[in-house]
Design a protein. Sequence first.
Length: 77
Amino acid sequence: MGQAKFSFKEKQAQFVSRYKSYGYKDKSTLVRAALDRFEAEMEQEKLIKSAALYAETYAEDRDLKELTDSALSEWPE
C-alpha cells in the first residue's frame, strides 16, 4: 500500500483524530474510506452530467427522436 503525506486544516485534523468514535481502527482507514466515498460521489456526478448531456442532445435532435420512436414502436410489449 502506498503512502503519502498530507496537510490538514486544524478542524480536519481534529476530525481525523476522532477515528475511533466513528468506528475506524486507525486514521488511515478513516481517510481511505473518506476517499472511497468521495471517488464514488465524483463518479455519480460524472454520470449525472453525462445523462443531462444525452437528454439535451435527444431533446434537440429530431432525427434521433424519430429513430428512437420507430425502434420503440417495434418493441414487443
